[in-house]
Design a binder for this molecule. Structure first.
Ligand code: NAD
Length: 499
C-alpha cells in the first residue's frame, strides 16, 4: 500500500484495520514530508465499530460510579506521567512548538480531573412527600453510544473536552479525530485501555466525510459532539439533528481584542502577540483582530511590531516560539490573505512570507504577519484566516468597536483591555460573544465552567465540558414513587393531582 507506516483504527480494545483500503497522508509540517498514512473508514467500518461499542456500552452503563472513577483516576496518572510522549506526537503531526503542546495537554488534563468528580455532578434531585406518601426524584442515565468528531488544531485537548465526561456518564464513545494529525487519538485510547477501561467502550475511527456521515446517520449513535469550522459545524448540526440526535457543534471564530486608550499598552501588546501567534494562530480562541482606538493606535502597533521582531519561527522541537502551519495548502491560503488585505488598502507592517526559519526549508512556514488599517469590508477582516496574521482595525471609540464585534457572525471569544472597571463591566454585559476576557486575551474557561461561543461559533444548546457536559451526555429521568401505605386506594380517572 505504501512505504510509510499506516495508522490503524482502535476498535474493541485493539488496533483494527477495517475493510476500507482508502488512506490519507499525515504530514510532518516542520519538514514538509509525509510521515505516515492514516486509514479512512468506510460506512461499513463505522457500522462495525458502532456494533462493538453498543455491546460494550451495555456493560459499561452498569459499571458503578466507583469503578468508572477508578479508571479515570488511573488514566489521569498515566497521562500526567507520560505527557512528554504525547507532546512530541502533537508537535510532530500538528507542528505546534513543544511548550504549546504541553499547554494543550495541561488543559485536557484539567477536564480529566474535573471528570473524576463526576459522581457529584451526576447526583439527582429528591423531593420527599410531594403528595401524600409520594416522592419524586431524578436519575441521570447514559445515552448509549456517542460520537465525537474533532478538528486538527487540538488533537489531544478537544477529544479530552468530551471523552472523559462522556465515559464518566456511562456512555461508550466513537472518536473520529482529524485525519491531519490522528495519532494522538490512538495514544489516548491506548492509555485508557491501560487504565482499565473495558475494550470497546472507547473506539477511534479514522476517516473523512464518509466516516463522519456514517456517524451522523447511524441510528445507534445517540449524540454527536463536533468541533471544527463553521460551514462543517452547520452541516453536522443539521444532518445529525434531522437524524434525531442530540448535537453540539462548535464552529469557527474571529476573535476581536479591544484596546481602550486607558489600557496598559505593554500588557495589551504582549497579549496581542501571545494570542495572535501562539500555535501559529491556529486556535479557535486566537486573537485575529485588534481594535485600537485612534489615539493609541500608532503606539500600540509599534509595540506589537517590536515584540514580533523577537519571535523565532521554526521546528517546534528546537525551542522556537512559533511552528509551521498544518499543511502546504493551508499555508498558501493563509498567505494569500496578506495580498488581499494589501489590495483592500491595508498597510502590511510585517510580512511573514519568505521568513528565515530555524527548520527544514520544505516545512509549511509562514512567519508572524501584522496588518494595519485593515478595512472591515476586506475578506481579510471578515474571514476566519486561522494562521499567524494579526489585523489592526482603527476605531473612533468604544461604541464603534462594540458595534463591529457584535456585527460579526461569530461569537466565540473576545477581550477588552482597559483600566476602567465601568467600561469593562459595560463590555461584558453588551457584547454578543460567549467567552469574554477582561485584560485576559484568551479567555478559555477552566474545566468546571463550560466552554462555548455564541452565534455561528456554536450550534446546539450545550457547551463543552463543565456542568453543561453532564447534562448533554445524560438523559434525565423523573421518577414518581409510592411505597405501599394503608392510606392508598380508590379509583380516580382524573389527571393526578397532588394532595
Ligand atoms: P474542519 O471543519 O475542516 O474539520 C473538523 C472535522 O470535520 C474533522 O474531523 C474533519 O475530518 C471533519 N470534516 C471536514 N470536512 C468535512 C465534510 N465535508 N463533511 C464531514 N466532515 C468533515 O476543521 P479543522 O480545519 O480541522 O479545524 C479548524 C477549525 O475548527 C477552525 O474553524 C476553528 O475555529 C475550529 N475550532 C473551533 C473550536 C471551538 O471551540 N469553537 C475549537 C477548535 C477549533
Amino acid at each position: 500500500m505504501s512505504e510509510v507506516p499506516v495508522l490503524d483504527h482502535w476498535v474493541g480494545g485493539t488496533a483494527w484495520q477495517g475493510a476500507s483500503d482508502r488512506v490519507a497522508p499525515v504530514f510532518d509540517p516542520a519538514r514538509g514530508v509525509v510521515q505516515r498514512h492514516v486509514r479512512l473508514a468506510s460506512t461499513s467500518d463505522v457500522d462495525a465499530a458502532v456494533s462493538t461499542a453498543m455491546a460494550a456500552a451495555a456493560a459499561w452503563r452498569d459499571a458503578s460510579l466507583a469503578k468508572r472513577q477508578t479508571v479515570m483516576f488511573a488514566f489521569r496518572e498515566i497521562l500526567n506521567a507520560r505527557r512528554d510522549e504525547l507532546a512530541r506526537i502533537l508537535t510532530s503531526e500538528h507542528g505546534k512548538v513543544l511548550a504549546d503542546a504541553h499547554g494543550e495537554i495541561a488543559r485536557g488534563l484539567e477536564v480529566v480531573e474535573f471528570a473524576c468528580g463526576a459522581p457529584h455532578l451526576l447526583k439527582g434531585e429528591y423531593s420527599e412527600n410531594v403528595s401524600t406518601g409520594i416522592d419524586v426524584y431524578t436519575l441521570h442515565q447514559p445515552l448509549g453510544v456517542v460520537g465525537v468528531i474533532s478538528p486538527f488544531n487540538f488533537p489531544a485537548m478537544v477529544p479530552l473536552w468530551f471523552v472523559p465526561i462522556a465515559l464518566m456518564s456511562g456512555n461508550a464513545v466513537i472518536l473520529k479525530p482529524s485525519e491531519k494529525d490522528p495519532s494522538a487519538a490512538n495514544w489516548i485510547a491506548e492509555r485508557f485501555a491501560e487504565a482499565g477501561l473495558p475494550a470497546g467502550v472507547l473506539s477511534v475511527v479514522h476517516g473523512d466525510k464518509e466516516a463522519v456521515d456514517a456517524i451522523l446517520d447511524h441510528p445507534d449513535i445517540a449524540a454527536v459532539s463536533f468541533v471544527g469550522s463553521t460551514p462543517i459545524a452547520t452541516y453536522i448540526y443539521e444532518r445529525a439533528s434531522s437524524a434525531g440526535k442530540r448535537v453540539q457543534a462548535l464552529g469557527g471564530a474571529k476573535n476581536h481584542m479591544l484596546v481602550l486608550p486607558d489600557a496598559d499598552l505593554d500588557l495589551a501588546a504582549d497579549s496581542a502577540v501571545n494570542a495572535g501567534f501562539g500555535s501559529a494562530g491556529e486556535r479557535c480562541m486566537a486573537i485575529s483582530v485588534v481594535l485600537a482606538v485612534d489615539s493609541i493606535a500608532d503606539a500600540l502597533v509599534s509595540k506589537i511590531a517590536e515584540r514580533m521582531s523577537t519571535l523565532r519561527t521554526g521546528d517546534g522541537l528546537r525551542g522556537c516560539d512559533m511552528g509551521p502551519l498544518i499543511t502546504e495548502v493551508h499555508r498558501d491560503k493563509v498567505a494569500a490573505y496578506i495580498g488581499i488585505a494589501r489590495e483592500d488598502g491595508a498597510t502590511v507592517v510585517i510580512d511573514g512570507t519568505g521568513i528565515e526559519v530555524d527548520g527544514e526549508p520544505a516545512g509549511f512556514w509562514l512567519g508572524p504577519t501584522l496588518l494595519d488599517d485593515v478595512s472591515t469590508g476586506s475578506a481579510a477582516y471578515r474571514d476566519e484566516i486561522f494562521g499567524p496574521v494579526l489585523s489592526v482595525v482603527r476605531v473612533a471609540g468604544y461604541d464603534d468597536a462594540l458595534a463591529l464585534i457584535n456585527a460579526s457572525p461569530y461569537g466565540n471569544g473576545t477581550a477588552i483591555f482597559t483600566n476602567d472597571g465601568g467600561a469593562a463591566r459595560r463590555f461584558q454585559r453588551e457584547v454578543t460573544v460567549g467567552m469574554v476576557g477582561i485584560n485576559v486575551p484568551i479567555p478559555v474557561p477552566v474545566a468546571y465552567h463550560s466552554f462555548g461561543g455564541w452565534k455561528a461559533s456554536l450550534f446546539g444548546d450545550a457547551k463543552a465540558y463543565g456542568p453543561q457536559a453532564f447534562a448533554f451526555f445524560t438523559r434525565e429521568k423523573a421518577v414518581t414513587s409510592r411505597w405501599l401505605d394503608p392510606s392508598h386506594g380508590g379509583l380516580n380517572l382524573g389527571f393526578p393531582q397532588n394532595t
